[in-house]
Design a binder for this molecule. Sequence first.
Ligand code: NAI
Length: 292
Amino acid sequence: MILKNIGIIGAGTMGAGIAQVAATAGCTVKIYDTKTDALETSKADLERIMDRLVEKGRIDSEEKERIQNNIKYVNTLKELKDSDMTIEAIVENLDVKKNVFSTLEKFVSDDCILASNTSSLSIASIASSLEKPERCIGIHFFNPAPLMKLVEVIPAIQTSIEVLNTSVKTIKDWGKTVAVAKDTPGFIVNRVARPFYGEALRIYEEGIADFATIDWTMKNFGGFKMGPFELMDFIGNDVNYTVTETVFKAFYYDPRYKPSFTQKRFAEAGYLGRKSGRGYYNYSKNAVKAEP
Ligand code: NAI
């Protein structure tokens, strides 16, 4: 089964990126967000990204137009009714996600696949909000979605084999590499990544080194492309903190995954990282990035 019409719920960092991936692959995409300004921002961001790709010679202006014309920005969930597959990328909150899934199911056809891009929540639990839970699956892209090759596909215990196979095929057709993972907290990558962030935050809290020194060390001697603080700023401290908290609770408060007060305070202060202009580093125009 070829999935042509894709609905995306949430026009933030991930939703916008996933929309670009699907539109580039030739799908017709409708993207919905509760906030009109999020839709406007994602549209403007796409224009900028496309212009840069044209400048670099990666695509021509016809391709740019084709990709942009493949994406429609919509103001109601109901407008996703003709989707073959929807991918939800909204706030990492189980009740909010369940509510969106059960509402969406009322509008879409019986064979529409309902996927979640959740980083850490239970797909079985999201699926339980549906009349047809066998249509639900986790499809977890990484940030930035257009550049990151890997996508985790996570069937819940309710997911049908047809939905799993169609989802895997679709994501491969979009040029991605698929890892099928079991429905456990954080799946593969986000579970492995928790100690990377958590230990870095503890090293900072114990006064052993500052953010920049930890990042510099991990990049120059650890072989990582980004240090833990740069990466948390890139992901968003709100999203990253919530994922850690969810994984910690889901593993019955295993201290290995204990969240950090430093990150909690940063998220509470609105120091979310790149998307808010300030996180562990300052991203305002005149800011000078510290190096040890
Ligand atoms: P974000 O904060 O950038 O965007 C979320 C968007 O969802 C916002 O525009 C918001 O207005 C919208 N929204 C919230 N509630 C809504 C609702 N009920 N209906 C429609 N739109 C709604 O968040 P981000 O970073 O894009 O994350 C989205 C999801 O993707 C989360 O589940 C997160 O865990 C997951 N994720 C995030 C990654 C990251 O690096 N940021 C990587 C992989 C997965």
